[in-house]
Design a protein around this ligand. Sequence first.
Ligand SMILES: Nc1ncnc2c1ncn2[C@@H]1O[C@H](COP(=O)(O)OP(=O)(O)OP(=O)(O)O)[C@@H](O)[C@H]1O
Length: 282
Amino acid sequence: MSETVLQVEHVTMQFGGVVAVNDLSLEVNKGEIVALIGPNGAGKTTAFNCITGVYEPTNGRVSFLGEPMVENFPQGKMQKLYAGENKGLFTQRRNPTPDHITQLGIARTFQNIRLFGALTVFDNVLIAKHMRARQNFLSATFRLNAREERRMREEAMALLEEQNLAHLKDEVAGSLPYGLQRRLEIARALATSPRLLLLDEPAAGMNPQETQDLTDFIQQIRKEYDLTIFMIEHHMDLVMRISDRIYVLDFGKLIAQGTPVAVQNDQRVIEAYLGVADDAED
Ligand SMILES: Nc1ncnc2c1ncn2[C@@H]1O[C@H](COP(=O)(O)OP(=O)(O)OP(=O)(O)O)[C@@H](O)[C@H]1O
């Protein structure tokens, strides 16, 4: 039986009266590439934010490698305001920080590239190494552990070589062409040695050739780094080509799931996209 890497159970995220994610349950199994799709505003990024500790969900649980990681139930004024489903199912509160979640083995890229634009390519990767290493402020600042620091620098360089970015190591990250910045963002995520990689619109702003290159690249890193990948993406050609399974959100609710072919022919999915045809064409 395949190992479940990520399990999301009945997650609801409510902002005041807006239920952005409503009772979302899904699983991502070891070695899979799974896509989360849906029209603009469907709740995809909010779901990622609940998984990675950016938001504390209003209700529900997220488990990683079989261990509960994030969990909550309506608290404070949400006890009255809560409009999601499955209230009362959860009684624990677990609220790890995004850094802690990175250390557990989940890495993420963002819809809007979040590199340290003024730093070099090498330093961007090195900082990510430090994030996983649980160094404290003093040891990082004064380099108290010189051997550890040297090892991390070697690993950062090796990763850049593997990713064909070594020749750019001294370039300022913000000056790189867009496609390379996206590649560097993924390299930086890999530097934290993740078991699970979350990609939020990795092909955003890319032309067809860059998108094709990215498709190959994602498949290559899954194999090389023994990764499980969960991805939000609007480029349907990429999603259909690369995904083992797809989940579809609309207005915060899961409306379909299955193989690319099954999802592509699902009437609810077709209607959800047709209803917002103007927005979805990016
Ligand atoms: N911090 C917030 N406060 C209030 N409402 C929010 C917040 N974040 C998201 N929302 C709302 O939640 C809903 C879902 O937004 P979200 O960004 O998750 O959608 P999405 O599917 O990722 O959209 P897109 O494809 O356009 O990126 C939207 O109605 C959005 O306005």
